[in-house]
Design a binder for this molecule. Structure first.
Ligand code: FAD
Length: 630
């Protein structure tokens, strides 16, 4: 039967990609349906209870800058916050939070339930309705048909998912959840390019059986406690908890080695490729054989549970080996395992089959986002979900897709990497993937994206008002620093010399002084005659304005240089490749490059340059050929 309601956008899957996709589409005013296996698992963290980190925190701030939910939900659920790399440059500084798993789900669900234009429905989706080359809806397990003008598929690790613990395996989407087998078969029928990947998770431990007294305590940052969302504040955070550190030892490693003959990874039972940067403990022991010990973080799963997540021992070894290896570590001698660790293999789709909008090239109106595209991580999923959701909404509004550029957002880097290079292993974000990372900082995510989000229609009035107040405050203060000149006589005392480095021999602007290596904004403002008026307006924190001003002034030289570089690249980067362009006709290109480009059909010349094997010389040939075509 057809459900008697038609939707603009249908999102399948209520994980991190699906929830951001549904929220983005609904914020843009489109009638949106979120169809998922189980309403109780909306926003569930399948693996570690933490959000953010280097590269990943950048993505979360970008989602937040465009009105998304992940950062604010983390503010409401975070039980430990830290700024990583706080002593390094601002480009690589990143926020990371431990979340209370239950509070996080609650925060996401309440946003979904209260979002205008959004409807939830609990059912497995088994089929897609496709008419010609256009998707027109989805069909659930019990045959209910939903009509929609665009469908965003975010099935995560569920497509033909298979869980492995030792040499035992069974079908599942993740522990405790069913797999999506029929949908996987249907997608195979649609001839979308597909492969298998795998990921893993550690056993969970009952905190009452851990001896924390012999472990090292690791508190979060407390002065001040960081905040993730521009709409968040410290008052939203629940009670804060520490993490704990223990280590593997030679005995742990011996136990693991002795168990490898029953490891699904090392006996060839698992075929999918796993994440290189999030390896299992058996991988680590194998790859870094000379290392005598690995650090293991015991992370609390929440305020109202005794469950702990031992970060660093993800494993698919048999359960008896898991128990022995856990109990071989200091403080874990009597550990009680609540849930076994496991690996999961699942289908993913080659993201080179997608446009930069995340719409599939072969089926109009069908978008893919999240783990299904070969990525790993909540943050990567949320970022893609938001992009796919808003592009699905734009499609149904008859508007052009929004494609973030590599110099504009990590979101742009992520999508461009996926669609031009594909994935050979689960893809996760790093700051090193961004060539313009000095401009793509966590601290300026709002400055880069909120205005775009507002134009697209996914930033609320309240967030926009806050942003405008902050932007004006930053620009006012920048102007004051540039135009306030300091007379050497005023800054002649000893304290002033300490702050600015040496006695001033002439007049300097405050901006000039702030650019000096060891001069901080705070110290400069403490000097007589340099302090300004109240910086920000209602709701905007002075700290956020000060941070922005300090970074913009201090790094202005580098930032300007990067901006010029971006400008130089812009011409060929954004040059559109005609849809009927035949690469086989371009003389001088190798057969391999011609075939690859003809197969993947990049949308711009910049994207051509990132397809593996395409050299700068090949780009010059393409440019000449494009000019000849006129
Ligand atoms: P998921 O979070 O998997 O959400 C998928 C959603 O779709 C679920 O709600 C599901 O019920 C729903 N769904 C699926 N099929 C259907 C259907 N046919 N009909 C209706 N609903 C459907 N990430 C890391 O960064 N580091 C790690 O170490 C790590 N380890 C992991 C270990 C395991 C065992 C698992 C399962 C995941 C791990 N992850 C890890 C990955 C992380 O959980 C995912 O990257 C992230 O959750 C992906 O988000 P998603 O929204 O794409 O999919």
């Amino acid at each position: 039967m057809f459900y008697p309601k038609e939707f603009d956008v249908i999102v399948v899957g209520g994980g991190h990609a699906g929830t951001e996709a549904a929220l983005a589409s609904a914020r843009m005013g489109q009638k949106t349906l979120l169809l998922t296996h189980n309403i109780e698992t909306l926003g569930q963290m399948s693996c570690n209870p933490s959000i953010g980190g280097i590269g990943k925190g950048h993505l979360v701030k970008e989602v937040d800058a465009m009105g998304g939910a992940m950062a604010i939900a983390t503010d409401e659920a975070g039980i430990q916050f830290r700024i990583l790399n706080s002593s390094k440059g601002p480009a690589v500084r990143a926020t990371r939070a431990q979340a209370d798993r239950m509070l996080y789900k609650q925060a996401i669900r309440s946003r979904l339930e209260n979002q205008p234009n959004l409807w939830l429905f609990q059912q497995a989706v088994d089929d897609l309705l496709v008419e010609g080359d256009r998707v027109i809806g989805a069909v659930t397990q019990v045959g209910i048909q939903f009509r929609g003008r665009a469908v965003v598929l975010t099935a995560g690790t569920f497509l033909d998912g298979k869980i492995h613990v030792g040499l035992n395996n069974y079908s599942a989407g993740r522990a405790g959840d069913p797999p999506a087998v029929s949908l996987s078969a249907r997608l195979k029928e649609l001839s979308l390019p597909q492969g298998r990947l795998k990921t893993g998770t550690p056993p969970r431990i009952d905190g009452r059986s851990i001896d924390f007294s012999v472990m090292q305590e690791q508190p979060g940052d407390l002065d001040p406690i960081p905040v993730f969302s521009v709409m968040g504040n410290v008052g939203m955070h629940p009670r804060q908890l520490p993490c704990w550190v223990t280590h593997t030892n030679e005995r742990t490693h011996d136990i693991i080695r002795a168990g490898l003959d029953r490891s699904p990874m090392y006996t060839g039972v698992i075929e999918g490729v796993g994440p290189r940067y999030c390896p299992s403990i058996e991988d680590k022991i194998h790859r870094f054989a000379s290392k005598e010990s690995h650090q293991i973080f015991l992370e609390p799963e929440g305020l109202t549970t005794n469950e702990f997540y031992p970060n660093g021992i993800s494993t698919s070894l048999p359960f008896d080996v898991q128990l022995d290896l856990v109990r071989s570590m200091r403080g874990m001698e009597n550990a009680y395992i609540l849930r076994p660790g496991y690996a999961i293999e699942y289908d993913y789709f080659d993201p080179r089959g997608l446009k930069a909008s995340l719409e599939t090239r072969t089926i109009q109106g069908l978008f893919f986002a999240g783990q299904i595209n070969g990525t790993t991580g909540y943050e990567e999923a949320a970022a893609q979900g938001m992009l796919a959701g808003l592009n699905a909404a734009l499609l149904t509004q008859g508007r052009d897709a929004w494609v973030p550029r590599r110099d504009e957002a990590y979101l742009g880097v992520l999508v461009d990497d996926l669609i031009t290079k594909g994935v050979q292993e689960p893809y996760r974000m790093f700051t090193s993937r961004a060539e313009f990372r000095l401009s793509l900082r966590e601290d300026n995510a709002d400055m880069r994206l909120t205005e775009i989000g507002r134009q697209l229609g996914c930033v609320s009035d309240a967030q926009w008002a806050l942003f405008e107040t902050k932007r004006e405050a930053v620009s006012r203060e920048m102007e004051r620093l540039r135009s306030t000149w300091v007379n050497p006589r005023i800054l002649a005392d000893v304290e002033a010399e300490r702050v600015v480095g040496k006695a001033l021999e002439r007049e300097y602007s405050l901006a000039d002084l702030l650019r000096r290596p060891h001069v901080t904004y705070e110290a400069l403002m403490s000097l007589h005659g340099t302090e300004g008026q109240e910086l920000a307006g209602p709701g905007v924190q002075d700290e956020a304005v000060k941070e922005q001003v300090e970074i913009q002034v201090k790094y202005s030289g580098y930032i300007d240089r990067q901006a010029k570089e971006v400008e130089r690249h812009a011409h060929y980067e954004n040059l559109k490749m005609p849809a009927d362009f035949d690469y086989l006709e371009v003389s001088g290109l190798s057969i391999e490059v011609k075939q690859k480009l003809n197969k993947h059909r990049p949308e711009t010349l910049g994207q051509c340059g990132r397809v593996s094997g395409v050299t700068p010389a090949a780009i010059s040939l393409l440019l000449v050929h494009l000019k000849k075509r006129g």
